[in-house]
Ligand binder design. Structure first.
Ligand code: NFS
Length: 641
């Protein structure tokens, strides 16, 4: 049974203990059962792209150094890597496509349950696409924006238009390298083509296509998802909420939404407050309906409605283990199939909603955007109906919750720093230039049972803010930060260096800013572009004193995200290495040589403190190159050997 979770939040520890006591397997147990894991897979040197194989390269040099077709370790590892990028870019971008379809439906169908909530944002996005807005009705502009966004996926000529949000110098780097994405789907398809048996075997050329597809994700599909979600569901504003399993309330009908796309969860957030439904829940013996989220859909409704977060990806089974969840609703991505086994041990109903993601044993209530409220109501009623099936003796809800502030955006973060009426990045840039803030880091991504849960996230973030590096966060890292109290303004005084503290005090922000879900890493790209545009810190993202990290990454989406940050000129640190270590050449290319070409590079470091130090060293190197003033409150900083 699962080992002790030394660094995890207390609620997770309690629930994992419960799982052990009751012999219910969770992700940690399945991880242990899987040991030892396949070394060839870990090193990226097994290939099953054709049926002459599977082939594997001997990493010690004694056995075969080529697959049956003749592909060597470099080719095989590069092919496997870019197929991960394809998977990640596809997931984010397909999410973006669905949001674009929903916006089109909202624009064309006056009966739609969705409406344009943010006309200002609509106009800003229209400007990127060169769509006229003067004197036009909102629904006409919205339809044009939705169509322009949909074109990004399948156009046959030209380039992805959203990339115009990147600094001009960055766009030029991409053009010169030949990695400007043409269309989102096309770049993903081309990865699949090139990695088919007998096509591209030159590893750098293979990675080049991975770069192009990742840019199509970050500055394309993910950005479409974020921008159009803001139009439909509203631009997030800083909002207070709570996080952790303690948000599950034994007196209420507990409905957990888990997954990624806000089309359903946002509607559920509104519909669950309807009087008739609340009354119905009361008739069933509950005090009302309690909605909470897991994973990125949690982040979506957290930042727009202040809905509580039950937990991050590794807590999905633990939420069910409370015995108080009437219904867990899932859409797409990061859903453990193991959920089915855990829900069977309790009264919890597991409901799948997407035709793309069914699970054996789960009930399928298919979601259709044109009947959104009706289906949301049906699901909430199913949760209420299930309340009577609870075994009240079997309920153990950990008490732990933590307060947090979430809902920052590229538009709102520095509204604060700029004062109420001036939306400007000037004060942020000035704080960096003056040496009050050392730099910025984006710390993001999943959790993975191959590292102690949350140790990577929390230690790294604390070390960064201690050294006056302001942190922006998304995805499951954001949830971990929330649970550990790092998303409260007060945390600046507990953990941040003096310079960062001063800034946080002056503007009333936490030292760690929650910018949303994983597709919202595009907000971080926008922040970087805005900082460049504000001036004084170089002309490209690769000039900025910034770094990125995903200390506990696990998903293909994280690989695509890492690759587009590197492609945007960012030094990008991950915990466990990418599965490329079986190819010395590819490893060297990703972690050293790429920087010459594109301005960013990958780094792998399992120790979160050492990883943070390497990021800080990079930030200091960029500060020196920009000839910025010394840090205002310079601290002795031990460089890593
Ligand atoms: Ni991102 Fe969100 Fe979490 Fe990782 Fe999964 S939920 S999209 S992939 S695990 S951060």
């Amino acid at each position: 049974m699962a080992k002790e979770l030394k660094y995890a939040d207390k609620a997770s520890q309690a629930m994992v203990k419960r799982a052990c006591d009751e012999e219910i397997k969770t992700v940690w147990d399945r991880y242990e059962d899987m040991q030892p894991q396949c070394g060839f897979g870990t090193l990226g040197i097994c290939c099953k792209n054709c049926s002459m194989g599977p082939c594997r390269i001997d990493p010690f040099g004694d056995g075969p150094q080529e697959g049956i077709c003749g592909a060597n370790a470099d080719t095989i590892a590069a092919r496997n890597l870019v197929r991960m990028v394809a998977g990640g870019a596809a997931a984010h971008s397909d999410h973006g496509r669905d949001i674009a379809h929903t916006l089109l439906m909202a624009a064309e169908n006056p009966e739609s349950d969705y409406k344009v909530k943010d006309a200002d944002k609509l106009k800003r996005v229209a400007a990127v696409y060169g769509i006229k807005t003067d004197g036009r009705e909102i629904k006409e502009i919205a339809a044009d924006v939705a169509r322009a966004a949909l074109e990004e996926f399948g156009r046959q000529e030209g380039e992805v238009q959203m990339i115009k949000n990147a600094p001009a110098a960055r766009q030029k780097v991409w053009k010169d390298l030949g990695v400007t994405p043409r269309a989102i789907d096309r770049e993903i398809v081309e990865i699949m083509h090139r990695t088919h048996i007998g096509v591209d075997t030159e590893y750098k050329n293979i990675v080049k296509q991975g770069i192009r597809a990742s840019i199509a994700d970050g500055w394309g599909g993910s950005m479409v998802a974020t921008e159009l979600s803001d139009i439909l569901f509203g631009l997030p504003k800083p909002i207070r909420a709570t996080a952790n399993l303690g948000v599950i309330d034994k007196d209420y009908v507990n409905l957990i939404v888990h997954g990624h796309e806000p089309t359903l969860s946002d509607i559920i957030a509104t519909v669950s407050q309807k009087k008739e439904l609340v009354e119905k829940a009361k008739k069933a013996g509950a005090k009302g309906i309690n909605l909470a989220g897991i994973c990125c859909t949690a982040n979506e409704i957290l930042m727009r409605h202040g809905i509580a977060v039950a937990g991050s990806v590794m807590q999905q089974e633990l939420a069910v283990l409370t015995g108080a969840v009437e219904l867990m609703l899932v859409d797409v991505q990061c859903l453990y199939p193991g959920l089915e086994t855990v829900t069977k041990c309790f009264h919890t109903k597991l409901v799948t909603t997407s035709p793309k993601a069914k699970m054996p044993g789960a009930e399928h209530i298919e979601f259709h955007e044109d009947r959104a409220v009706e289906i949301a109501t049906q699901i909430i009623e199913a949760a209420i109906d299930n309340f009577k099936n609870r075994n009240s003796e079997n309920i153990h809800i950990p008490k732990n919750t933590e307060r947090l502030v979430a809902g920052f955006s590229a538009e709102s973060v520095f509204d604060f720093l700029g004062g109420k009426y001036r939306s400007t990045y000037r004060p942020l840039n000035d704080a960096v230039i003056a040496g009050r803030i050392r730099g910025a880091a984006g710390v993001i991504g999943c959790s993975n049972p191959n590292v102690p849960y949350e140790e990577g996230h929390i230690k790294m973030v604390k070390e960064l803010i201690k050294n006056d590096v302001i942190v922006v966060t998304t995805g499951c890292n954001a949830i971990s930060c929330g649970k550990h109290g790092l998303l409260q303004p007060e945390s600046a005084f507990k953990y941040a260096g003096e310079g960062l503290q001063e800034v946080c005090r002056a503007v009333g922000i936490p030292p760690v800013l929650h910018l949303g879900s994983c597709v919202d890493n595009s907000r971080i790209l926008m922040v970087l572009a805005n900082v460049v545009a504000e001036g004084g810190l170089g002309s490209d993202i690769s000039d900025l004193p910034v770094a990125g990290a995903a200390p506990e990454w696990m998903s293909e989406k994280a690989v695509s995200i890492g690759m587009y940050f590197v492609a945007s000129g960012v030094y990008t640190m991950i915990g466990h290495p990418l599965p490329v270590m079986g190819s010395k050449n590819l490893y060297k290319y990703l972690t050293e040589e790429m920087e010459q070409e594109i301005g960013g590079k990958w780094a792998f470091e399992l120790d979160p403190i050492k990883a943070a130090h390497k990021m800080i060293e990079h930030i200091d190197k960029k500060r020196a190159a920009l000839k910025l003033k010394p840090l205002m409150y310079a601290q002795a900083f031990e460089p890593v050997a």
